[in-house]
Design a protein around this ligand. Structure first.
Ligand code: HEC
Length: 535
C-alpha cells in the first residue's frame, strides 16, 4: 500500500481551458440533485451553481446552508478524464497507463465541485481554504453563527451531528496545515534540504504568515461552533441506525447474484455474525500501547473522525472464515518479506479464498459530545462491498473491475438522511463516475489523479494494483497496517476465542484523544472566540 500512496509524479496539463459555467434558478434548487448537478459530459457531477443547496433546511439561504456551501462547494479547473473504456476488462490496462501518465488528459474544464458530498474537498497541500477571499466569506458567516446563536436554529439531532461532523473536517484540515507549518517558506527550505521531503517549488517561495493567521482565526471560531452543536450523551446514543433503515427500505436487493448492476446491500453485515465475520488485528503481541493497538489505515487517514469495521463472508459460513484465517497465520505468511517491508506479505501460492467470498468495510461517524469527548456513533457514512466472482483475476466483462471482482460504493447523502432516513440515507455511487479521492491520497490539491479515475477504478487501483494481486492478495485488510505502528500478524475473527478489550471504535477515539489537532480543538473551544483583526 504505502508505495502506491506516496508515488507522486508531476502532471502536465495539456489542452486549453474550456469555459462551461451556468447558473441555477431557485426552482431548480428546490427540485433536487437531478437539477443541481450536470448529468453527463465533461461537467458530469459538477454543480450548476455555487449557490447554497437546501440540505439542512428547505430554504437554501438558511444560515446552516450558507455555511455549509462556503465550506463544501469550491471551483475546480482540472483536466477532464481521457476517453473511458466501456468494456470493464480494459479498465486495468487503462488505469496502468493513467498511473504512468501515458494517457493524454482531456481538456481542462471549469467546474463547481462539492455539494452533498461526504468528504471535505481538501488535501494537506490545498491552498483554497487559506486564501483571503475564502477567509472573508467564512469568517463573516462564522461570526454570524456565533453572534446569533446559530446552533439554536435546528434542533434535529441527526442534522446537528452531521453539521458538527462537516465543520470538524474543516477544523482538522486547517489546524493540520498550521501544525505542519504549511506556508512557512523558511521551514520548507530546511525540509527541502533532506531528500526525503517532497516540497513543491511554490512552498519555497511563498511565505504566508497571513495565511497561517487566517487559519488560526477560523479554527478558533470553528472550535466554538463545533462545541455549541454538540449533543448530550443520551441524544448521541439515540441517533438512528441508518444501515437498518436502508435494509428496511426495500431499495437494496438482499442477494448479489454476481450481477454488478444490482444495488446489492448485504442485510446481515452488522447483525448476523454467523455469516459475516468481523475481523480485526490481534493486539496481543503488540509492544506498543495495547489498548490503542493498530488503527485501520482509513481511520488514521480520516484523523479518527470516523471509525471502520471490516467483515468477511465465505459461502460456507463463519467456521470456514475462522479456519482459513488460522491457516493463513500458520502457513500463509512470508515472514521474511513481511519483516523487510513492514506489513504482512502472503506467500504467493497460499490457498485462495473461495469464489463467492464477500467483504465489506463500513465507515461510521464519530461525534464530539458536550465535553468534546469523541464518541463513536452507529451512523453509517460509507459502505464498500466486494464480491469475488473469480479469485484468479481472469478477465470477466460482467464484473465492474473486469478482473473478477465486483465492487460497490454506498455513500450517505444529507438530502436522503434528513428526508426521514430515505433509503437509510445511502445511495450507490455510479461505477463509472469520475471521482476525487480524499482519503489515502497524495497530499497535493485534488489528490494524485484529480478527477481522472472512476469509482470502480479506484477500488481496482488500491486492491489489485499489481497483476498478481488477485483473490486473497487483493484483501488490504489482511493485516491492518498503519504507519509507524509496527506490524501485527494476520487478522483474527472477532467473537471467536479470546475476547478483545477494545473495539475499533474505542481504539479510534482513544487515538484521537492524543492527537495535536484534537488537543488544539479543546484548547480553542475553552478560550473565548476571537474577533477578527482584519475585519
Ligand atoms: C486508497 C486506497 C483504497 C481505495 C481507493 C479503496 N480501498 Fe478498499 N481498502 C483499502 C485499505 C487500506 C483497506 C484495509 C482497511 C484499512 O486498513 O483501513 C481496504 C479495505 C477494504 C475492504 C475490506 C476487505 C478488504 O479488501 O480488505 C473492502 C470490502 C474494500 N476495501 C472495498 C473497496 C471498494 C469497493 C473500493 C472502491 C469503491 C475501495 N475499497 C477503494 C484501500 C483502498
Amino acid at each position: 500500500m504505502p508505495a502506491i500512496l506516496v508515488r507522486s509524479i508531476l502532471f502536465t496539463v495539456l489542452g486549453g481551458v474550456m469555459l462551461l459555467v451556468n447558473t441555477v434558478s431557485a426552482a431548480d434548487a428546490a427540485a433536487g440533485p437531478q437539477s443541481w448537478y450536470y448529468p453527463e459530459g465533461p461537467l458530469r457531477g459538477s454543480l450548476k451553481s455555487d449557490a447554497p443547496l437546501p440540505l439542512y433546511d428547505a430554504n437554501p439561504e438558511h444560515l446552516w446552508n450558507r455555511l455549509f456551501a462556503a465550506f463544501y462547494i469550491r471551483p475546480s479547473e482540472l483536466p477532464s478524464r481521457p476517453e473511458y473504456p466501456q468494456d470493464s476488462t480494459k479498465l486495468d490496462e487503462w488505469d496502468r497507463k493513467l498511473r504512468v501518465r501515458k494517457l493524454p488528459p482531456g481538456p481542462v474544464v471549469k467546474r463547481i465541485e462539492g455539494g452533498d458530498v461526504l468528504g471535505f474537498l481538501a488535501w494537506p497541500k490545498t491552498r483554497h481554504y487559506s486564501e483571503s477571499a475564502f477567509f472573508q466569506r467564512a469568517d463573516k458567516l462564522l461570526d454570524e453563527f456565533l453572534g446569533t446563536r446559530g446552533e439554536r436554529l435546528i434542533a434535529d439531532p441527526l442534522k446537528r451531528a452531521f453539521f458538527q461532523r462537516d465543520l470538524w473536517a474543516v477544523f482538522d484540515h486547517l489546524v493540520g496545515q498550521n501544525i505542519a507549518h504549511f506556508g512557512d517558506a523558511d521551514l520548507a527550505k530546511r525540509r527541502a534540504a533532506s531528500a526525503d521531503y517532497k516540497v513543491e517549488p511554490e512552498e519555497l517561495q511563498r511565505d504566508d504568515a497571513a495565511a497561517i493567521q487566517r487559519r488560526e482565526t477560523l479554527c478558533r471560531k470553528l472550535a466554538a461552533a463545533i462545541q455549541r452543536l454538540a449533543l448530550p450523551k443520551a441524544a448521541i446514543k439515540a441517533l438512528p441506525d441508518n444501515y437498518a433503515a436502508a435494509i428496511r427500505s426495500g431499495q437494496f436487493p438482499a442477494r448479489h447474484d454476481f450481477d454488478c448492476r444490482s444495488n446489492y446491500l448485504p442485510p446481515g453485515v452488522l447483525t448476523r455474525p454467523s455469516e459475516w465475520v468481523e475481523i480485526d488485528n490481534a493486539s496481543g503481541s503488540q509492544h506498543r500501547d495495547k489498548a490503542e493497538g493498530q488503527l485501520a489505515y482509513t481511520s488514521w487517514s480520516i484523523r479518527g473522525r470516523s471509525y471502520y469495521r471490516i467483515f468477511w463472508r465465505f459461502p460456507e459460513g463463519r467456521r470456514a472464515v475462522e479456519d482459513y484465517l488460522g491457516h493463513l497465520q500458520r502457513e500463509g505468511v512470508d515472514w521474511e518479506k513481511s519483516a523487510r517491508q513492514g506489513y504482512i506479505r502472503l506467500k504467493r501460492d497460499v490457498r485462495q479464498i473461495p469464489v463467492g467470498t464477500e467483504t465489506a468495510i463500513v465507515e461510521f461517524m464519530v461525534v464530539l459530545d458536550e465535553e468534546l469527548n469523541p464518541v463513536p456513533t452507529r451512523i453509517v457514512e460509507l459502505v464498500h462491498v466486494n464480491v469475488y466472482k473469480n479469485v484468479d483475476g481472469a478477465p470477466d466483462p460482467q464484473t465492474n473491475t473486469g478482473r473478477g471482482l465486483i465492487t460497490r460504493q454506498y455513500v450517505a447523502r444529507r438530502r436522503l438522511l434528513f428526508d426521514g432516513l430515505k433509503q437509510g440515507g445511502l445511495e450507490r455511487a455510479a461505477d463509472d463516475a469520475p471521482t476525487y479521492r480524499v482519503l489515502l491520497n497524495s497530499p497535493k490539491d485534488w489528490g494524485e489523479f484529480g478527477r481522472q479515475q472512476s469509482v470502480a477504478q479506484t477500488c481496482l487501483h488500491c486492491h489489485m494494483y499489481e497483476r498478481d494481486r488477485v483473490g486473497v492478495h487483493s484483501l488490504n485488510s489482511i493485516s491492518c497496517h498503519v504507519p509507524e505502528h509496527g506490524m501485527p500478524g494476520v487478522v483474527i475473527a472477532m467473537g471467536s476465542g479470546k475476547v478483545r478489550t477494545y473495539s475499533r471504535a474505542e481504539r479510534t477515539v482513544r487515538w484521537k484523544l492524543g492527537q495535536e489537532d484534537y488537543l488544539r480543538l479543546v484548547e480553542y473551544a475553552r478560550a473565548k472566540p476571537m474577533t477578527s483583526p482584519d475585519r
